[in-house]
Design a protein. Structure first.
Lengths: 393, 279
């Protein structure tokens, strides 16, 4: 915690330890502008040497008689320090900042610079700009003091008060499993289902989240896994695979996770659990596919039968309606209609076929027809003996 | 600068000594730690001890003092810690095997006892691990396979938690929760489970196919019955006329003009030819 809140800018402190908010412009952009040009000053004691050499001539508080006129740093200024022939004129040139001008009373600027840098660091570490999604936990010498919200907040400077800023509103998304490997879970009927799901959560109580759990992120994953397995173990494979039970499982797992985490006072709110994939294990996939194929086939059988049935019924209806219509007319004049139909039919039949009129039974008919002779095996039913009884009535 | 050092040499040294002494005697206890002050191997004070009801900021975290060199401070995690059990096989009462992964969450509630018994939280975790596995095996071994999977899990977990908690108290730890994270079939059982699933699918596939065929037959039979009824309703009005009507249709169809070139032999007695004989 101490490393994160170094006096060289609360920017690093406010960026938090969660990867999501590193690029948040509100969190980091505000701090440097609030303290003006101080970062330049605080570098001064840090890099003794050429940093001081370059910056010396630009110092605005230079007494007029003691130094060359103000000008920008040139290449000569940079080399001056390293060149002993030119080193003279100001100070002994050994150690420290040979090019730094002296104050009016002959003392060095160095202590003053260090003091300013320290002050600037303290100022930076006591102003905290928090982005709209962030909250920070303030600890006073290790003791929890308060939780600060988004906006500009003032605290005592480091190391008296330390602030840990965390993005509390953004949802963290945990994919379980986090690779594409098969994750098999047991269902209530001792079958296995390959499941992958996503847990979305955020921080609902930063104080608890910060202090209560040793490893909150891992805890969420483990609790998620335990809850999901417990829920899956209560349903059958069919329900797990079908989309129907999915919403219920998701709600179930979410409630279960929330209950467990609340039991830990984890300060974490589970926003949602989504099952991304629920598949049969890869090794049994062929058998599952076969079921699908058979389902399609069965459906096709049914469709065929239905089509056939529709045809049959339609034909029956057509036939029946045709009969009904004719029958209506027949009833009006039965004898005539019957005769007419008989003759019409016979006409058509006899016109279309070869007809032989033979004598009554007992006479052997000889059929000298070339067609008959050519085809040796005419079906027997093509020769029909029309007996007088047909249609005689 | 050298002048400053030369002039106030004694003051500088004194200042540095004071700072060192302060650093040695001041201890900062963060919210997530408990500090046990040990004097000559004996715990004498505890700062920021866990208390179930106190909110953060009230439990005594912050700046405390100790006597340098005499008192030693041991810091103990105050947060919820976890013991992960290695995966192990559990044999249910019906002789089925299950690979079980479990975890327990605990926290140190009695730091003094913990310092005396285990020393560090790592060692507590280390020692709770085997206890957890034996308790899990013992408790789950009393149950049938099916009850391991489903509803009874909750009660088994509570039993395990209670058993483990009793032992953990010796280390000043409190078991908050025990969960089975994973319960998987071992390798051999996995194969047979796959085989069983496959067989079940094949059964389902065959059933579905047979059902499809049955349904198709029923649909056809239904249609036949329905058409028979339609025919009967219609033709039943006058069976004799139907006989005639159908015969006419049948003749037309049977003796329709086609390639076979049928020959019909008519007797002169045929009704059709009756007008041949008498006008």
């Amino acid at each position: 915690m101490a490393g994160r809140n170094s006096p060289w800018g609360s920017g690093s402190g406010s960026s938090g330890d969660r990867p999501g908010d590193g690029g948040d412009p509100d969190g980091e952009g505000g701090t440097p502008t609030g303290v003006g040009s101080q970062p330049e000053d605080q570098e001064q004691p840090a890099d003794k040497g050429d940093g001081g050499g370059k910056r010396g001539p630009r110092n605005p508080w230079l007494p007029s008689g003691d130094s060359p006129p103000r000008r920008s740093a040139s290449i000569e200024d940079i080399f001056r320090r390293g060149d002993p022939r030119r080193g003279g004129g100001r100070g002994p040139g050994r150690g420290g900042f040979p090019n730094l001008p002296r104050r009016a009373d002959g003392r060095s600027w160095v202590p003053l610079g260090i003091g300013l840098a320290v002050l600037a660091g303290l100022a930076i570490s006591s102003v905290h700009m928090l982005g709209p999604k962030e909250q920070g936990v303030v600890t006073t010498l290790g003791k929890y003091s308060r939780t600060i919200d988004s906006g500009v907040n003032l605290t005592l400077p480091w190391p008296l008060e330390q602030v840990r800023v965390v993005d509390v509103s953004s949802f963290s998304v945990d994919m379980i499993p986090d690779d594409d490997k098969e994750k098999l879970m047991l269902t209530s009927d001792k079958s296995l289902v390959d499941l992958s799901y996503v847990v979305r959560w955020n921080i609902k109580d930063l104080k608890n989240y910060t202090f209560r759990l040793a490893d909150p992120d891992e805890t969420v994953r483990e609790v998620g896994e335990a809850a999901m397995r417990a829920s899956i173990a209560q349903i059958s494979l069919g329900d797990a695979l079908s989309g129907a039970g999915r919403a219920q499982i998701e709600g179930d797992v979410r409630d279960r996770m929330q209950r467990i985490l609340d039991g830990y006072h984890a300060g974490i709110a589970i926003q949602g659990v989504e099952i991304k994939k629920a598949d049969p294990p890869a090794r049994t996939k062929a058998a599952f596919d076969q079921v699908n194929v058979k389902q399609q086939e069965a459906e096709r059988d049914r469709s065929d039968a239905r089509a056939w049935a529709q045809q049959l019924i339609a034909r029956a209806q057509g036939d029946a309606t045709g009969f009904d219509k004719v029958y209506e007319q027949y009833k009006l004049a039965p004898e005539v209609t019957k005769r007419r139909m008989y003759y019409e039919t016979m006409e058509r039949v006899l016109r279309d076929n070869d007809t032989v009129i033979a004598d009554a039974p007992g006479v052997t008919s000889y059929l000298p027809l070339p067609e008959v002779r050519r085809r040796e095996s005419p079906p027997p039913d093509t020769v029909v003996e029309a007996t007088p009884s047909t249609g005689a009535r | 600068m050298t002048g400053l050092w030369q002039d106030y040499k004694a003051a500088w040294i004194a200042g540095v000594l004071v700072v060192i002494a302060a650093m040695l005697s001041v201890i900062v206890v963060p919210e997530d730690q408990q500090a046990v002050v040990i004097q000559a191997g004996k715990p004498v004070r505890v700062y920021n001890q866990f208390s179930a009801n106190a909110d953060y900021g009230q439990t005594g975290a912050g700046v405390h003092f100790r006597i340098p060199l005499v008192e030693r401070v041991q810091r103990i995690d105050k947060r919820l810690l976890s013991v992960d059990m290695q995966q192990q096989q559990v044999l249910s009462t019906d002789q089925q095997r299950l690979n079980v992964d479990a975890y327990a969450r605990y926290r140190i509630v009695d730091p003094v006892r913990m310092v005396r018994s285990a020393g560090t939280t790592e060692r507590v975790t280390e020692q709770l691990g085997p206890i957890l596995s034996s308790v899990v095996r013992q408790e789950l071994g009393k149950r049938t396979f099916q009850s391991l999977l489903t509803a009874e899990r909750g009660r088994a977990m509570e039993n395990i938690r209670a058993l483990l908690d009793k032992q953990a108290r010796e280390y000043g730890a409190q078991i908050v929760d025990v969960r089975i994270m994973r319960a998987d079939l071992p390798e051999g059982a996995l194969d047979s489970a796959f085989a069983r699933m496959e067989a079940a699918r094949q059964e389902e596939a065959k059933t579905i196919a047979a059902q499809g065929q049955r349904d198709a037959q029923i649909i056809r039979a239904d249609a036949e019955a329905q058409s028979a009824k339609i025919y009967a309703d219609s033709f039943g009005k006058d069976p004799q006329f139907y006989d005639f009507f159908r015969a006419m249709q049948s003749y037309q169809l049977s003796f329709a003009k086609d390639q076979s070139g049928k020959t019909i032999v008519l007797s002169p007695d045929n009704a059709y030819l009756k007008r041949f004989r008498e006008p």
